[in-house]
Design a protein around this ligand. Structure first.
Ligand code: ADP
Ligand code: MG
Length: 187
């Protein structure tokens, strides 16, 4: 994929398929590295499945036999001499603390590093498509000794919006887009 933001969209959609109601997407950047974490509270994966999920033929979907979301993220990370790490607790094992955390580590200086791309669109696409889920997005950038933080938490937004206005409301989407773009342009 040309942009990591598209890989991230794919990985977040896995969380939604897994019935998560909270998806946390974090990006942590230094001068030379990028760490992506997508954490959800969905139904998780069995230990057996977890062991096989790096393999592009492991999928629980029935419409298409080959699952590619995780293998493509893995490829994007490994291309930069990075890696992915997957942790998951199944709902049947621990209903209170179930979920999945996927971490991907990238070396930004590597020739084959895929740029993050349009992450703001990834966030607004998720809000538009799945407005009943909460999202915590944070992008921490530590470069040249300074630290910047771009962040949004839909749980805080709901307090202001109330029950009447969904996250998919066009006015809300525009507000989120502008708020994030403002934070990025202030860097
Ligand atoms: N966050 C998640 N929670 C539970 N299961 C997951 C999660 N992410 C991936 N999976 C499981 O891993 C499989 C492979 O995911 P992926 O590589 O994105 O392919 P696909 O989504 O096309 O099946 C999924 O079918 C699903 O069974
Ligand atoms: Mg997928």
């Amino acid at each position: 994929m040309k942009e990591l933001s598209l890989n991230i969209l794919d990985i977040a959609q896995n969380s939604i398929t897994a019935e998560a109601d909270l998806v946390e997407i974090s990006l942590n950047e230094t001068d030379t590295t990028l760490t992506l974490t997508v954490k959800d509270n969905g139904y998780g994966m069995s230990p057996e499945f977890l062991a096989s999920v790096h393999d592009p033929f492991s999928t629980t979907r029935t419409t298409r036999k080959v699952g590619l979301g995780i293998p493509l993220l893995k490829l994007a990370a490994e291309q930069t001499d990075g890696y992915i790490d997957l942790r998951s607790t199944q709902r049947s094992a621990d209903p209170e603390n179930c979920g999945t955390v996927i971490t991907a580590f990238f070396n930004k200086d590597h020739l084959d590093f895929t740029p993050i791309g349009d992450i703001v669109s990834t966030i607004t696409t998720l809000l538009q498509g799945f407005p009943d889920i909460d999202y915590v997005f944070s992008h921490r950038i530590e470069t040249g000794g300074a630290e910047k933080l771009i962040a949004i938490d839909t749980r805080d937004m709901r307090v202001i919006l109330g029950d009447e206005v969904p996250l998919s409301d066009p006015m809300v989407l525009v507000w989120v887009k502008e708020t994030l773009e403002e934070q990025y342009s202030a860097l």
